[in-house]
Design a binder for this molecule. Structure first.
Ligand code: 9WO
Length: 249
């Protein structure tokens, strides 16, 4: 899968491939990450990529031409396929990203991310060149680079072969639409805090049940909105009812 990022800060985005899961996938040529700087697509002496906002007010807006020429060059140089490729803009005005959307996007052959800066980009660029607008949440950052990096990380780990067997995405929080259960490692006792006995019992059936119950219980406590989306099995219902009884008792 190809990730292309249009950014005024390529070194920030390229730091993704220096380490971790994404870095390893890039090293194995499972993914390709390439940054494109719209400053290289300007025609004027000052390499101008922004200008004042029509209507007035503080702050600058990213100009159409450098962004449009960058996207056109990416599409030409990488032989962009309009069926399997997407141009994505990251902003608080986008649709909220969730794991289901991440899974869908992981089926694409190429994603071109537009990382905006300043107060945003000229709306005409979004209208004509952008396929999808995504938001990570209701907060404002100083640019779209970090959201693009977040999306690349989330999408890359859904691509077959990116995660090792030990890291398998099937076990992740949200892959089963619930929050994750708690995790523990050595030592078994620290200060007066003990690891839950079930986890050291060696009873794998019991351990799996306990983890499922913790996932259900924590989702009930912290994200009831997620639970409302689900039709629980009889077994899950019993586990959750027991959790709720113990929690209020
Ligand atoms: C900056 C600003 C300053 C003064 C008044 C209003 C303002 N709005 C913005 C603004 O929204 N800037 C954005 C910065 C322009 C597009 C890129 N930026 C961005 C993307 N900030 N936050 C995101 C983002 C993307 C995805 N999910 C969450 C946040």
């Amino acid at each position: 899968m190809r990730f292309d990022v249009v950014t005024l800060f390529p070194e920030l985005v390229n730091s993704l491939i220096a380490s971790g899961v994404v870095g390893r996938a890039a090293g194995q040529d499972i993914i390709n990450l390439t940054c494109w700087n719209p400053r290289n697509y300007t025609q004027d002496r000052h390499q101008t990529v922004d200008d004042r906002s029509y209507g007035g007010g503080p702050g600058m807006v990213m100009k159409v031409e450098p962004l449009r020429d960058t996207v056109r060059d990416i599409k030409q140089q990488t032989v962009f396929n309009a069926e399997t490729g997407r141009v994505i803009y990251l902003s608080p005005q986008g649709k909220r990203l969730d794991q289901a959307a991440v899974k869908e996007l992981a089926k694409c052959s190429q994603l071109i991310f537009i990382a905006g800066r300043y107060e945003g980009v000229d709306e005409r660029f979004i209208e004509t060149e952008v396929d999808e607008e995504w938001s990570l949440g209701d907060y404002v950052l100083s640019g779209g680079e970090l959201p693009a990096m977040v999306m690349i990380d989330a999408i890359a780990r859904m691509i077959p072969g990116v995660l090792g067997d030990e890291e398998s995405a099937e076990q992740d929080s949200f892959m089963n639409q619930l929050l994750d259960h708690p995790h523990y490692t050595r030592p078994e006792l620290i200060d007066d805090l003990k690891v839950p006995a079930v986890l050291t019992s060696g009873n794998h059936k019991k351990i799996e049940q306990w983890r499922r119950q913790q996932s259900l219980g924590r989702t009930w406590l912290r994200r009831p909105d997620l639970l409302n989306e689900l039709e629980l099995s009889d077994a899950d219902r019993k586990l959750l009812d027991q959790f709720i009884a113990e929690h209020s008792g």
